[in-house]
Write a protein that binds this ligand. Structure first.
Ligand code: ADP
Ligand code: MG
Length: 236
């Protein structure tokens, strides 16, 4: 894979990419979704978060993505306490890339435009946006699909477009919530291989799945039960 997934020259800090310290998340109404959970993910690690439905996986990912904030405890990303980050929209747009179970592609514009659109507002010219989007689509083996509409792709292909889009602004961390949830086994496997290649380019990948077999394809699996880490398995 070329450098186009590209990291800014990494300031190879020793700090973990993501660190949660004693994090509690209690939703209004009283549900305790995370119960003093602590977790550390190293730079350039590919970690799968597994566990049964309702155990707190999505909540964990939302806190790392700064889509929500903890009731107590601290979420650190690349050495920064997220509660002190002022420009959270910049953080969500540039520092983390997000992939969800449903790809959320815009249905009426091409695959290419779906990737280009997230680079509007950056300093890239339209030519550069086009070039980078084409490179990203090549990385996910979809350059031949650039001019199709999302509806003209298979589920696995759409999810690969969503991954290309999530990487467009060169995040250091890719967060994926059940990205293979709607896919057949072969397409799911392919997505896992793609995440492995993304990790190889220097991006930290944190992926949520309830599928134990897929989870074992990551470098490490953290299993959550009832809002706490129940077990931790190093796979390679
Ligand atoms: N916005 C919310 N308001 C209230 N309860 C919620 C909310 N989101 C999730 N929950 C509850 O928190 C728990 C953890 O949910 P979630 O993190 O979505 O689990 P998972 O992704 O592992 O299935 C569940 O009991 C769920 O019902
Ligand atoms: Mg979930």
């Amino acid at each position: 894979m070329s450098e186009s997934f590209g990291l800014r020259a990494s300031v190879a800090g020793e700090e973990p990419a993501v660190k949660l310290d004693d994090v509690v998340k209690r939703y209004p109404g009283g549900v305790l979704a995370l119960d003093r959970l602590s977790l550390s993910v190293a730079q350039k690690e590919f970690v799968a978060i597994s566990g049964p439905s309702g155990c707190g996986k999505s909540t964990l990912l939302h806190l790392i993505a700064a889509l929500d904030h903890p009731t107590s405890g601290t979420v650190w990303v690349n050495g920064r306490d997220l509660s002190t980050v002022r420009d959270l929209s910049y953080y969500r747009r540039h520092e983390v890339g997000l992939v969800f179970q449903l790809h959320n592609l815009l249905p009426r514009i091409s695959v290419l435009a779906n990737v280009e659109i997230v680079m509007y507002g950056t300093r890239l010219s339209s030519r550069e946006r086009h070039q980078r989007a084409m490179e990203l689509l090549a990385e996910v083996d979809l350059e031949g699909r650039a001019n199709r509409l999302p509806t003209q792709l298979s589920g696995g292909e759409r999810q690969r477009v969503a991954i290309a889009r999530a990487l467009a602004n060169e995040p250091k961390i890719l967060l994926a919530d059940e990205p293979t949830g709607n896919l057949d086994a072969e397409s799911a496997q392919r997505i896992m291989e793609l995440f492995g290649r993304v990790r190889d380019t220097g991006v930290t990948v944190i992926m949520v799945t309830h599928d134990e077999v897929l989870a074992s394809m990551a470098d490490r699996t953290e299993r959550i039960e009832r809002g706490r880490i129940a077990s931790s398995t190093v796979n390679r």
